[in-house]
Design a protein. Sequence first.
Length: 222
Amino acid sequence: MTSASTPHRGREVTLSGSLRCADETEAARVRAHLPAHLALTRAEPGCVCFDVDPTDDPLVWRVEERFVDEAAFDAHQRRVAASAWGAATVGIERRYEIRGRDRDAAALVAAAWAAEERLLDPRVRQDPAQVEPLLDDDFVEIGQSGRRFTREAVVAALRSESSTSTAGIAERSSRVIAPDTVLLDYLLTVEERVSRRSSVWQGSPPRLTFHQGTPAPSEGAT
């Protein structure tokens, strides 16, 4: 852990989570580029601490970051995006929780809607390799029947779907309910079926932690 000499200028921004490689090829890229990434980040004037530590799983690293304020965190993100580390690890899964940011509510909401729309795409829904990164490990869904479904059950059910119809979203509503958590609410129409949907997306990139669907009443019903 390395502390910066820059005094605290505002609310700190912290990031915690994990870097998860899919295979040894990705892990080798992490090991090759990590030393320079650590050194460059710890030398940034706004860095309070920056640690990327191996875990018992050789494909997973634990990540802990602290920056003096949001401006310092954003400057770090811009540098990393253009760095050798960024290019080498761009496709590797991140599961991060970011706290302390003030300005990114709109970005959180936009990312959640983009992920929701992706999960409604029939081409994505039928491909577990595309669905699984969108769902949190502890994901739960309450279906329109009232039944409770686990992550594994949902992935299997979507894989067997035969519908290729495009879903229509109306009456969109969103609310940031925690620094990295967004609640989405909307009316979904698929063919003749209409339902009210609620989704909770968390993290960056967002992962779905909870989803519920309720049949919508027909016009004139009370």
